[in-house]
Design a protein around this ligand. Structure first.
Ligand code: ZN
Length: 266
């Protein structure tokens, strides 16, 4: 049986100055094992572990959690720096990345893009700050190639929100003529241009949707409808194209009518 003095010496050998033994608590009817009351020399945390665990090398949990956080941060900062971003942008980029992942997973997509891959794509798109990510027209979003498949490496990249919208319209089945028109109209919106308004009308596809509560909606501008109802455009487009049976909480629906004929007459 180790004496209290021997125990102090042994703890010192294993942990150095990082742990102070405040008290040796001998085994009792309540505790079969010998306990130690310890104080962390770095953070002042006090805890009462089994003596055997302490001698096996287990130290202060508060400090080890801090240390692993610091290690993770250091790893992320090295990723930022590798791709030319400043360390002080860590919180901003991490928030954008987390939001991206959460939204895609909530939208029913597989999202295996890592923080490293996310930053590599950001650098490739010429981004310099996390504030460039967002939903406004000149801000950037992660978009899938051809608007199909999942958010996995090789199938997505950053493009601006208006480029993304453009692609979605194109991938919704727009033909070459319609594509030329909408490109030519970049910079004007249907709110400020009669041409654009008429082009938008011709580009729009009539749809019929049934909400999760059974309410029926019909319309011809799915993008606007999604914005008004806080729905994911890509999910609802996939739904209307017949790519899935239900979307986002139980919506069902489809495109009605054929836009193709109207476009050809332009
Ligand atoms: Zn500590």
């Amino acid at each position: 049986m180790m004496s209290a003095a021997e125990l102090h010496a042994k703890v010192r050998t294993v942990h150095g100055d990082s742990i102070r033994v405040l008290q040796v608590i001998p085994p009792s009817s309540l505790n079969r094992l010998k306990k130690l009351r310890l104080e962390c020399g770095k953070c002042g945390n006090e805890w009462t572990p089994d003596a055997a665990d302490t001698l096996r090398g287990f130290g202060c949990r508060v400090c080890s959690t801090e240390k692993s956080k610091a290690t993770k941060n250091a790893q992320k900062i090295s990723v930022l720096q590798k791709y030319g971003f400043a360390a002080h942008q860590l919180d901003g980029w991490r928030l954008k990345y987390k939001t991206f992942r959460r939204n895609k997973i909530a939208g029913g997509f597989e999202c295996s893009i890592t923080f490293r891959q996310y930053m590599k794509l950001a650098a490739r798109a010429g981004l310099i700050a996390p504030t460039q990510i967002g939903l406004r027209t000149k801000q950037f979003q992660m978009a899938r190639l051809g608007d199909s498949g999942d958010y996995v490496w090789g199938n997505c990249r950053f493009i601006t929100a208006d480029e993304n919208l453009q692609e979605k319209m194109e991938n919704g089945g727009t033909d070459v003529a319609a594509r030329k028109i909408s490109k030519a109209l970049t910079g004007r919106t249907k709110a400020n241009s009669a041409d654009k308004a008429s082009a938008a009308k011709k580009l729009s596809k009539p749809f019929r949707l049934v909400s999760p509560t059974g309410r029926v909606y019909t319309g011809s501008n799915l993008v606007e409808f999604c914005a008004d109802h806080s729905l994911s455009e890509s999910m609802m487009m996939r739904l209307c194209r017949g790519g899935c049976r239900t979307a986002q909480g139980g919506w069902t629906g489809k495109y009605t009518g054929d836009r193709g004929d109207k476009v050809k007459r332009l």
